[in-house]
Design a protein. Structure first.
Lengths: 374, 242
C-alpha cells in the first residue's frame, strides 16, 4: 500500500527539483530546537538517511521503522511513506503532520521540524553513506541462527559495535544488523541473522538461492561503540543474536591488545545449549588473555545435565543458568569499578540489564551503551 | 498558589511515584522521596515517554528509554539528560497532597540556584506579556531592553541581517530564556527576530534592573552569569560542531 502525505501548507508545488544525474535531488530544511539545517536528499532516499549522510546528527536509533526516535513534523512539502504500517507508526500522530524520517522519502522540497537539539557529527566518527553489496559466504551457527557476509563495492569505515541498515533485493523495507567483524576499512561485513518464521529476509537467506543476492546498505549507524582510547574494563551483556556487535568490540579489543591492561566480562545468554554459537571464537579470546577475560554462557531453558554437558564441551568457558542479567548480577559483584557496559539482545533482557546496572550496581548512565531497536 | 488535591500521601509508597492529572488535563508525576513529596512534568522532555515507567531510587529519577536522569530535589538534569524537568509546587496538608503550577520565573534555568531574596526582587520586576500567533516580540535592530522567559506558547527566531536571514531554532518549554542580550552591557541592538507561532505568554524583565539586582547580590550575579554561559555554550556547541 502506498500512502502519500501532503502538508496543508504546501504552496504552489511543483517542487524546486534539481537535476543531478539520473536521480532528482530535493532540498530539505530541518528546523531543530537550536538551529536549522539544509541538505539535499535523493528521490528514493529516506529523509533521515539524507541528513545523516550530510553529517547532520538527526535523532534515530533503529533507523528501520520500529523505535519512533526519528519522528519529525512536516511543515511544508510532500512526503511518501515507504512503510505505512511500520511498528514505529504507533509513536507518531499523522494529524499533527508527524512522520518517521527513516521511512519517508521526499516528493518535493521539504521543511520539517525536529523537537530536539540537533548537532553535527563529532570529528572522528564515520559519517554514514550508501553502499552496494552482495551476499557472499553463509554459515549455519546454530539451529535457527546463521552468519552471512556481504561483499561491498567499496571499503567501509565503522566503529566496533555499530550496525548497518540492509535492504535486500526484492524484499520491502530495511533491517538493522550489527557487524560481527572488525577491520580497518573492510570490504566485507559479517552479520548474524536469526530465523523468523515467515520473515522475508530470514526465509530468503536461510533458503538456498540467496547466494549473490544484491543488498543495499546504509551506515554505519549506532552509538554503542567501542574505541581503545576508552581505557575502561568492558562488560558485555548479550542475549541471542545481540552477541553480534559484542564480537566486533571484542575482536577490536583483542586485535589492539586492549586486554593486556583491561578486563573483559562477557555474559552471553541463549535458551539451550543447542542455541549456542560463537563458542570457538569466544574460547580463542579467552585463550589469549586467560587472566583478564571471563566468558559466562547463561542458559535459560536447559536442565542441570544439559548445562554440565555443555560445560564439559567448552571447558574454558563458564556456564550458568537463568536469565543473562541475573547471572551478570551474580558474577559481577565487586567488579564494577571503571567498567563500560555494552548491552544488546531482546528488549526485556536489555531493560532488565539496565535496571541491574543502575539500581544494584549503581553505575552512572554514561557508562552504559546500547542501541534500542524497539 | 491555586492548588489541586491530587491524592493521599499514603497512595505513593516511599521512593515510589504516581502519575496524576490536574484540572485542565495536565499530567503530573508525584514522587515520594523518603517522606518528602515532589511534582514534575509526567512526560520525558526528550521523547514523550511516561516517566512513571522509569526508575526512581529516592534521589534520582531515570527515564527507562534513554537513561535521561534528574535530581528529584531540583529537577536539574543529571548525566546524559539535556533538559531540566518542569516542576510543580507541592503541599501536603493532613495527608492530602496538593499540587500547584509554579511560576515560569522559578522554573527558569537562568535563575536556577539563586537566593530567595534575589528571586523575590526579580519577581517584583516581572511583567507578563501576551502575544497572538504571528506577533513579533522584537525585530532585527530593535533596541535591547528586556530579557524574556517563556511562560507558554512557542517563540521562533530568525538570524542574519537584511534579506539574508535564516531560521535559528525555537522555544517551546516553560522557563526558557530568550533576548538575553539585555543581560549584557553594550549590546544595544537585537541581532535576531523573535516571533510567536502560536498564542504565547512571556515574562519580560528589564535588563538594566535585573543587572542592578544582581550587582547588589554578587553571589547570585555570579550564579546567573554562570548559568548564562552554560546556556550559550550549549547552543554554540551544537552550532559549531558542524
Amino acid at each position: 500500500m502506498d500512502i502519500t502525505y501532503r502538508s496543508k501548507s504546501v504552496r504552489g508545488a511543483p517542487a524546486n527539483l534539481v537535476s543531478k544525474g539520473k536521480s532528482i535531488a530535493m532540498k530539505v530544511q530541518v528546523r531543530a530546537r537550536n538551529r536549522a539545517y539544509e541538505y539535499a536528499v535523493q528521490e528514493h532516499e529516506q529523509v533521515l538517511f539524507g541528513g545523516l549522510r550530510n553529517a547532520i546528527e538527526m535523532p534515530y536509533e533503529c533507523a528501520t521503522g520500529t523505535c519512533g526516535t526519528c519522528k519529525a513534523r512536516l511543515i511544508e512539502g510532500e512526503i511518501h511513506d515507504l512503510w505505512p504500517n511500520s511498528p514505529g507508526k504507533k509513536h507518531v500522530n499523522p494529524e499533527k503532520g508527524e512522520f518517521l524520517s527513516c521511512q519517508c522519502v521526499a516528493r518535493s522540497d521539504l521543511t520539517m521540524e525536529i523537537r530536539g537539539f540537533v548537532g553535527g557529527y563529532p570529528p572522528g566518527r564515520s559519517v554514514p553513506r550508501h553502499f552496494n553489496g552482495r551476499v557472499g559466504a553463509k554459515r549455519d551457527l546454530a539451529k535457527d541462527v546463521m552468519a552471512f557476509s556481504v561483499d561491498l563495492d567499496e571499503p567501509c569505515d565503522f566503529d566496533a559495535g555499530q550496525f548497518m541498515a540492509l535492504k535486500f533485493e526484492g524484499i520491502p523495507g530495511s533491517r538493522g544488523y550489527s557487524m560481527v567483524n572488525y577491520a580497518h576499512r573492510p570490504e566485507r561485513l559479517d552479520f548474524v541473522i536469526k530465523r523468523m518464521p515467515g520473515g522475508g529476509v530470514s526465509e530468503r537467506l536461510f533458503g538456498s538461492d540467496s547466494k549473490a543476492l544484491d543488498v543495499q546498505l546504509f551506515g554505519p549507524l549506532g552509538k554503542a561503540t567501542f574505541h581503545p582510547s576508552l581505557d575502561k574494563d568492558i562488560l558485555c551483556i548479550a542475549g541471542g543474536s545481540g552477541i553480534a556487535g559484542m564480537m566486533s568490540i571484542l575482536s577490536r579489543a583483542v586485535h589492539e591488545d586492549y586486554f593486556s591492561c583491561h578486563k573483559g566480562y562477557v555474559f552471553f545468554g541463549v535458551r539451550t545449549a543447542e542455541d549456542l554459537f560463537f563458542t570457538d571464537e569466544l574460547q580463542e579470546f579467552k585463550a589469549r588473555y586467560p587472566e583478564h577475560i571471563r566468558v559466562v554462557i547463561v542458559l535459560s531453558d536447559e536442565d542441570q545435565r544439559g548445562l554440565e554437558v555443555a560445560a564439559t564441551k567448552h571447558s574454558t568457558l563458564e556456564f550458568d543458568s537463568g536469565f543473562v542479567h541475573e547471572a551478570a548480577g551474580r558474577h559481577m559483584k565487586g567488579s564494577y569499578d571503571n567498567v563500560m557496559s555494552y548491552l544488546a539482545g531482546p528488549p526485556p533482557a536489555v531493560d532488565a540489564s539496565i535496571r541491574l546496572l543502575l539500581l544494584e550496581a549503581r553505575l552512572t548512565t554514561d557508562t552504559i551503551r546500547y542501541d534500542k531497536f524497539s | 498558589m491555586s492548588k489541586t488535591r491530587v491524592c493521599r500521601s499514603e497512595d505513593i509508597p516511599t521512593n515510589g511515584m504516581k502519575q496524576v492529572e490536574l484540572d485542565g488535563g495536565q499530567q503530573v508525576l508525584i514522587l515520594n522521596a523518603d517522606g518528602r513529596y515532589f511534582a514534575y512534568q509526567a512526560i520525558c522532555p526528550h521523547q514523550e515517554v511516561a516517566l512513571c515507567e522509569g526508575l526512581f531510587d529516592g534521589q534520582v529519577l531515570t527515564c527507562h528509554e534513554h537513561l535521561w536522569q534528574w535530581d528529584v530535589e531540583t529537577g536539574a538534569p543529571v548525566g546524559l539528560a539535556e533538559a531540566p524537568l518542569e516542576f510543580f509546587d507541592v503541599v501536603v496538608e493532613e495527608g492530602d497532597v496538593f499540587v500547584g503550577v509554579a511560576s515560569a520565573l522559578k522554573l527558569a534555568s537562568i535563575f536556577e540556584g539563586i537566593s530567595d531574596e534575589a528571586q523575590a526582587q526579580l519577581a517584583g520586576l516581572m511583567r507578563e506579556e501576551s502575544y497572538h500567533a504571528d506577533a513579533v516580540i522584537y525585530d532585527f535592530g530593535a533596541p535591547v531592553e528586556d530579557l524574556y522567559i517563556l511562560e507558554k506558547g512557542r517563540v521562533e527566531f530568525m538570524l542574519g541581517r537584511d534579506d539574508r536571514t535564516s531560521p535559528g531554532g525555537f522555544l517551546i518549554s516553560k522557563g526558557e530564556l530568550f533576548g538575553w542580550a539585555a543581560l549584557i552591557a553594550d549590546q544595544p541592538r537585537r541581532i535576531a527576530k523573535a516571533s510567536c507561532k502560536e498564542e504565547s505568554t512571556v515574562i519580560a524583565l528589564n535588563g538594566n534592573e535585573v543587572r542592578a539586582i544582581l550587582a547588589d547580590h554578587p553571589v547570585d550575579g555570579h550564579r546567573v552569569m554562570s548559568n548564562l554561559v552554560h546556556l550559550i555554550t550549549r547552543y554554540l556547541a551544537s552550532f559549531g560542531a558542524r
